[in-house]
Design a protein. Structure first.
Length: 189
């Protein structure tokens, strides 16, 4: 029996019952003990450990998830750290206008600071009340619910703050630099 669409599913998307796993390249296996988040660029360099992240305020999130390959999953439950709570730990200068998100395995994606600093974005370490599985980006991933899922970088391990936009992996390979599912910003023009 097909799942019906509603006003939470962007045009060109269909609902999925499961949670498909799409990855370019092998799935990195990173232990919580070895996981780190490096901060550099137009900001004072910092290094956050797994425990540093768990010491920050933790929140539960329920968010819809839209993949550029046309599937959407509604009401995904996560636990993690709001990007805004994390960013309160940094002194970001006014000239830092963009962030390039780096991941274990070499993946990157870009966001404008205004897109990154939205209060509904978070670093997730749990999915459905369980530790985030590696195939879904564990031990830690970024979740950016208002954009297509490739912006919700799996296996996040670095944030490079820049003055100019730098395109990430999929953006260099023809995907849109922003990726708004409501505007169907799938590919560059």
């Amino acid at each position: 029996m097909p799942v019906s669409n509603n006003d939470r599913v962007p045009q060109g998307q269909h609902l999925t019952r499961g949670f498909p796993v799409l990855t370019y390249g092998p799935t990195p296996e990173v232990s919580m003990e070895d996981w780190q988040l490096k901060i550099w660029g137009e900001v004072k360099p910092r290094l956050f450990s797994w425990q540093d992240m768990l010491n920050l305020p933790q929140s539960d999130f329920t968010a819809d998830f839209h993949c550029v390959t046309t599937w959407s999953k509604l009401d995904v439950t996560w636990r993690g750290i709001r990007v805004t709570d994390f960013m309160a730990q940094l002194e970001l200068p006014a000239n830092a206008k963009h962030v390039l998100i780096h991941c274990y395995g070499g993946y990157t994606t870009n966001l404008a600071i205004a897109e990154f600093m939205r209060p509904d974005n978070f670093f997730a370490h749990q999915l459905d009340h369980q530790p985030l599985p590696a195939e879904h980006g564990g031990p830690m991933r970024l979740v950016v619910p208002h954009l297509y899922a490739w912006k919700s970088a799996k296996w996040v391990n670095g944030l490079e703050f820049t003055t100019e936009r730098q395109l990430g992996f999929w953006e260099r390979n023809g995907y849109h630099h922003r990726g708004d599912p409501w505007l169907e910003e799938r590919y560059s023009i």
